[in-house]
Structure formats: structure tokens, C-alpha cells
Write a protein that binds this ligand. Structure first.
Ligand SMILES: [Fe+2]
Length: 501
């Protein structure tokens, strides 16, 4: 078996990350070790250490996440600021080839050259106190949140800036991608501040048309939401702007057959404080008790938008959403009662111990467009994140979802379990892997088979070996079909995609 590692010639690589001796039993230590920076880039065939890769699993799995949260002696203030490292698993005839590569953003390259932190981030201030941050309006595009395959192009996404185009075979960074000009600001003053508008890490592909819908939040005195649409081949179709009632962090949205729906959380954002450098953006967020959640309903066809007030809640991810008749929209979302602001040093177990992350509970919201009311109830009593569904079910009623989960009694920030949620029967099946830590469980349906059959792919951090493994699970019951062991660990990451071959 060809198992030789091909090292990248890039000068920044200075050796393979060392396996750490001894396995910690404390979950906070496990999480801190799981975030240890990755120092090598490899291209290897990985050994199958359990079971066999199914022959009908054919294609490539890409996933993004922060490969490093420190440089030199400088630590980033939040895992959201970690430099994007894309991993790639190519499945072919039962074999798996693995590759990892950092996205060569301008910030990554500059900091690599300097050997220290140069940029501010979502939760990171530059070392050196106020003077080192005052007036620094350039933030690093971390390119770390997701990977998008659309129109034959692979992109690394980060919601605060433009995507980076990535070679799907080598994972080399091709460059910043403005989506055929869609992200280019109209006004020179805007271009001076940022050469491209932001593009979400959660765009949505309409399974019927193949069109891609995305958005970006544009700050400033009059906050706006940019909405973007590309055709199935990736050519730009449309860009429009919607006025926001307030500057809001919007991480995800719901695409139905008729609408785009955004939830604006009751968070006040002290933009001036963040921009001038007095605080990192995450430290400039405050819950505003006078506000509820605003539901913004934007018709796909360009009709008038509606805003409807709902109970205050905080959401990173939606699970599914669809139109129910002509007057209702159903949204299955992961609702938190509160939000966790502030910086997080994920390399420090003591700091991790202090972090309180509210439960994210599968909640059904029914938006009544006629009465302008929102009904809301807990749909499944669980604490889950990073949900995935059958991509063929997007815009329509989805039944089965997969997510990472925190079993009751588990208080640490990361999720040691995988859950299969039945949104119709409201049953949840959970598989607890503690002390190991799985990443996003990506559902890969088997072609022509019903929803909920096929495979779930996840990258699991193994506490005992300080290595990560690719796990292939049976989508029906989360039993293990196969495991492949990587030559190093992959820090806990965010989102991925599967491209069938
Ligand atoms: Fe996300």
C-alpha cells in the first residue's frame, strides 16, 4: 500500500506534530489537546483500521476548520479565528486517500512569514494592548468555516469576508473569489474598507434548480443584508440589498421554495468600539433585553419583505425549513436561551472550564405570515449542534437530521456524542463517544435510497492516541461501518461537504 507522506515544499512546515504521551481523562484537557495546532501537511493513503469502506461510497469528502489557533507564542482569542485548514478524503474502490492543507489567505501567509500574530480577528486582539489595535480595521479572513462545492468550483468559506477558491485535488489556494463580481462593493468608500462584501459560510443550494443562494451582512451606519444568487453552473444571477433593522450577526438562514428566512438575535453590537480597536468584535456584543428575535422573511421572487417579532432566542444553525401551504413557514432550528460571548482560549483547560455554552435545543418555529405571529415549541429535548440533513430535502420537509450532541450531565463546550434525530416521530438516537470528540456528522445519502439511509461521515478526535480517525457510520443506526486512522490529529472543526464521483 502506498503510504508515503508527500511533504509540501512550503517553508512554513517545520515537522510533524508530535504525539503527546498519556491520555488525559479530564474532558477539558482532551478538548485543549484536540485544538493543538497542526504542523504538517500530508497526502497519504490511510489505513482502514476497522471494517471496510463500502464500494458504493464513492466521491470526496471535504471539511474545513481551524488548523491552528496560535502562531509563535501568540494565541488567538477564539477558535473562530483559527486559520482554515481543509481536509480531503477521496474514496475510491474501498480505499481512502487523505490530504490536509491550510488555506493560504493573505493573513495566513503574512503571519507565517512574520512568525507572529499580525491581524485582529472576531475574538482576537493583536498582542501589545490598545495601541497595537487602535485604528486597525483589517481583520484576517480565516477561511475556516465551511467548504462549498458548486458549479464545479471548491471554495473555503468564512462569513466575515469573501470565499477562497481551492483546487479540489491538491487543495492549493487559487485566490480570493468574488463570485463573478457579486461581492464587489459598488461604492469606492466601501471598497476602501473591504475589497469584497462578505459571503456566508452557510449558503444553500436549491436541489431542484441547482441555484445557489447566499447572503452577507454589511455593517456601517445603515446595516444591510446582501442577498446573492448564482445559477447551477455558478454564473451570477442576482444581488440585492435588504435594510436591516439593526446590525446583527446572522450565521445561517432558511431557504424554502418561496422564501429566505433570517433570524436576527437580540444582540446589540458596539460596532464603533470594535472597529476602532477598543474591543474584539466578540467582546463588543451585548444581549439587549429590550429586544426579541426578529424574523426577516424575504420572498425569493423579489416581493416585499416582512419582519415578524418572536421570543428572544439565539441561533447558530437551522436544521430544516419549508413552506406549509401559502401562509406558514416551518423552521426547525437549534435554539439557545442565551449566548456565549467573550474570548475563549481553547488551548487552556482552565479557561475552557469557565466557558458556559447554553443548550442548543431542536425547536420548531411556525411563522404565520397572515397573523404575523410565531408559534414556537421544543421539538426534541436534546442539546445538539452542527446539524446536517439530506441535501435533496432542502426547501422541503426534512425528516432525518444528524448532529453532534452533549449528553445530559456533560458541561464542557465540545460535543462527545452523535445524534440521529427523527423530526417526524421526535425520537432521538444518540451514540456517546466520550472522551473522544466527533466533528460534524455529514449525512451522505445513498443514491435512490430513502432519506435516512446511506452513510454518516465524521472525523473523530481520539483522546488516547491524540490522532484523528475518519469514521463511516451506517445512517440508519449510527453503527460503525469503517474507521481509517490519520497520521496526525485534526483539531475540532466546522462544516464539510461530500462530492459524489
Ligand atoms: Fe456554521
Amino acid at each position: 500500500m502506498a503510504n508515503a507522506s508527500m511533504r509540501s515544499p512550503d517553508p512554513w512546515i517545520h515537522g510533524r506534530s508530535e504525539a503527546l504521551a498519556g491520555a488525559p481523562s479530564d474532558p477539558f484537557e482532551v478538548i485543549a489537546r484536540a485544538y493543538a495546532p497542526v504542523q504538517d501537511e500530508v497526502d497519504v493513503e490511510v489505513p482502514i483500521t476497522f471494517g471496510a469502506i463500502p464500494r458504493d461510497l464513492s466521491g470526496t469528502y471535504f471539511r474545513n476548520g481551524p488548523g491552528r489557533v496560535s502562531i509563535g507564542g501568540d494565541r488567538y482569542g477564539h477558535p473562530f479565528d483559527g486559520d482554515g485548514m481543509v481536509v480531503r478524503f477521496a474514496f475510491d474502490e474501498g480505499r481512502v486517500r487523505y490530504r490536509n492543507r491550510y488555506v493560504r489567505t493573505r493573513g495566513f501567509v503574512d503571519e507565517q512569514r512574520a512568525g507572529r500574530m499580525l491581524y485582529r480577528g472576531f475574538g482576537s486582539q493583536r498582542p501589545g494592548g490598545l495601541l497595537a489595535n487602535l485604528g486597525r480595521t483589517r481583520f484576517k479572513n480565516a477561511a475556516n468555516t465551511s467548504v462549498l462545492w458548486h458549479g464545479g468550483v471548491l471554495r473555503a468559506l468564512w462569513e466575515g469576508g469573501a470565499p477562497h477558491r481551492i483546487d479540489p485535488r491538491t487543495l492549493e489556494t487559487i485566490g480570493v473569489d468574488d463570485l463573478g463580481g457579486l461581492l464587489r462593493p459598488e461604492r469606492a468608500i466601501e471598497r476602501a474598507l473591504a475589497p469584497e462584501h462578505a459571503f456566508t459560510a452557510h449558503p444553500a443550494i436549491d436541489p431542484r434548480s441547482g441555484e445557489l443562494w447566499g447572503f452577507g451582512v454589511i455593517g456601517g451606519p445603515r446595516a444591510r443584508l446582501a442577498i446573492y444568487r448564482l445559477d447551477a453552473e455558478g454564473a451570477p444571477i442576482e444581488r440585492r440589498f435588504v435594510a436591516l433593522p439593526r446590525l446583527a450577526f446572522v450565521h445561517d438562514f432558511v431557504l424554502t421554495e418561496r422564501f429566505l428566512v433570517f433570524l436576527l438575535a437580540p444582540i446589540a453590537f458596539d460596532l464603533a468600539r470594535a472597529i476602532v480597536g477598543l474591543a474584539s468584535p466578540v467582546d463588543a456584543l451585548r444581549r439587549d433585553p429590550s429586544l426579541g428575535t426578529t424574523v426577516l422573511v424575504v420572498p425569493r421572487d423579489g416581493g416585499a419583505l416582512r419582519t415578524i417579532e418572536a421570543r428572544a432566542g439565539f441561533v447558530f444553525h437551522h436544521v430544516a425549513g419549508w413552506d406549509e401551504g401559502t401562509r406558514e413557514i416551518v423552521i426547525d432550528t437549534l435554539r439557545m436561551d442565551d449566548f456565549e460571548g467573550g474570548t475563549i482560549d481553547v488551548l487552556d483547560p482552565a479557561a475552557l472550564r469557565r466557558v458556559r455554552v447554553p443548550r442548543a435545543v431542536p425547536t420548531r418555529m411556525i411563522v404565520d405570515l397572515a397573523t404575523r405571529r410565531v408559534r414556537e415549541e421544543v421539538h426534541i429535548d436534546a442539546d445538539v449542534e452542527l446539524p446536517t440533513i439530506d441535501p435533496r430535502r432542502r426547501t422541503r420537509p426534512a425528516r432525518i437530521a444528524y448532529a453532534v450532541a452533549r449528553p445530559s450531565g456533560w458541561s464542557a463546550i465540545s460535543h462527545p456524542a452523535i445524534a440521529r434525530l427523527d423530526l417526524a416521530s421526535r425520537e432521538v438516537h444518540m451514540r456517546d463517544l466520550a472522551p473522544d470528540l466527533p466533528g460534524e456528522p455529514l449525512y451522505v445519502p445513498r443514491p435512490y435510497a430513502p432519506e435516512g439511509e446511506g452513510y454518516v461521515l465524521t472525523i473523530v478526535y481520539r483522546a488516547e492516541t491524540h490522532r484523528s480517525e475518519l469514521w463511516v457510520l451506517d445512517a440508519r443506526d449510527l453503527s460503525t461501518v469503517a474507521r481509517a486512522t490519520l497520521p496526525h490529529h485534526v483539531p475540532l472543526g466546522f462544516h464539510g461537504t461530500f462530492v459524489p464521483s
